[in-house]
Design a protein around this ligand. Structure first.
Ligand code: SAH
Length: 344
């Protein structure tokens, strides 16, 4: 295992195997997970010969920044990171009044196949490790010079399709000896993998879960999300209710508005019926047009009208503020563009 993926106890074990004193593990753990160090060289309280030895024997798999776009409109930053094996992932920093939120990727590519999403076009290449997920956050903090308060796992990939690494990532991110981000400030977004939601319930983590709903019934959902053929909305809702029965906050549903697909009045009615009596928030996302995909977003007036109609049923609805509209907006687009050109 690479040092960036190790918990403190694991690091202690590894350090003793290398014949070093145990307190070195704590120092290294802090350099990586608190001080955002990206190289052995930076760890100045380690003896020089140890740094040289570690550099030779245990190279750090820290993600390296390869490209960055900064929105002139709202300061949103989109990053392209290269992994140690040459794979690329994207992350986004969003600046809100209440703090800095980072949206990270959980996989290189994705195998869920949602019809409107750019991240899934080339399929899944591999899972990201816990350290590669953490590394995206640490690199952004380093670049920004400010602390990140909120983390959303809403970039490329299906987090519950990379379950063990996701849990390791969350435990390390929220570790008191590490970055110590509050569990309540972490949100995981899923397309609805029922066994994953059930397992997550038993982890005793107070993180928020968001469901990518996008359709009010299975029939329509199946036409845009292949995963809907495997798990019905009834099963998903049952698992979500159980998840939220143990002291967690309200449910969030993401609903990407696609003109002529899921924005009809009938959809509003069905959605309202489905969400009745649930403590939930619907987050409407006007679909980000992707070149290879045929979907378009309804105009602003129509999106507001959809919101209003849903609100009239007593449902909490927000329209996601379009952040960084002037930079490659949709998930996976910066990475795709980069892979298509020859500057890799
Ligand atoms: N696999 C996770 C994370 C995906 S990305 C999930 O399915 O939730 C986060 C959100 O963006 C998801 O709700 C996803 O469906 C949505 N999304 C993907 N492509 C989009 C696009 N082109 N426009 C709008 N939303 C999109």
């Amino acid at each position: 295992m690479n040092f960036i993926d190790m918990t403190l106890p694991e690091m202690k074990e590894q350090i003793s195997l290398l014949g070093e004193k145990s307190f070195r593990a704590k120092q290294i753990y802090e350099w990586i997970n608190v001080k955002n160090a990206s190289s052995w060289e930076e760890m100045t309280n380690l003896p020089e010969n140890l740094r040289v030895k570690l550099e030779a024997e245990e190279p750090l798999n820290t993600p390296r920044e390869r490209d960055r776009q900064i929105s002139a409109v709202d300061g949103t930053r989109k990053y392209l990171f290269e992994m140690h094996d040459g794979q690329f992932v994207e992350s986004v920093l969003m600046k809100y009044k209440h703090g800095n939120t980072v949206c990270i990727s959980s996989q290189v590519g994705c195998r869920m196949g949602c019809a409107f999403c750019a991240s899934t076009i080339g399929g899944l290449t591999r899972n990201l490790t816990a350290g590669e997920m953490l590394g995206q956050i640490y690199a952004i903090e380093r670049d920004l010079g400010e602390r990140i308060s909120n983390v959303v796992v809403m970039g490329t990939g299906e987090p519950l399709d990379n379950y063990d690494n996701l849990i390791r990532f969350i435990r390390m991110l929220t570790d008191k000896n590490g970055h110590n981000i509050s569990e309540r400030n972490v949100t995981v977004s899923t397309c609805g993998i029922v066994p994953g939601i059930r397992k997550l319930k038993d982890e005793d983590l107070m993180i928020n879960l968001a469901l990518s709903l996008h359709a009010p019934n299975d029939e329509l959902r199946k036409t845009i999300m292949p995963i809907a053929r495997k798990y019905s909305l009834d099963e998903i809702f049952q698992a979500l209710k159980e998840y939220y029965s143990v002291g967690r906050r309200r449910l969030t549903f993401e609903y990407s508005l696609m003109e002529g697909v899921n924005d009809s009045d009938e959809c509003v009615r069905e959605l309202a019926a489905k969400l009745q009596n649930l403590n939930c928030l619907v987050n409407l996302i006007p679909v980000n047009p992707v070149r290879e995909r045929k979907f378009t977003a309804p105009d602003r007036t129509a999106a507001f009208a959809f919101q209003k109609k849903l609100e009239n049923y007593g449902i909490n609805v927000t329209i996601r503020r379009e952040m960084g509209r002037d930079i490659d907006g949709a998930c996976g687009q910066l990475r795709k563009r980069y892979l298509e050109t020859d500057n890799v």
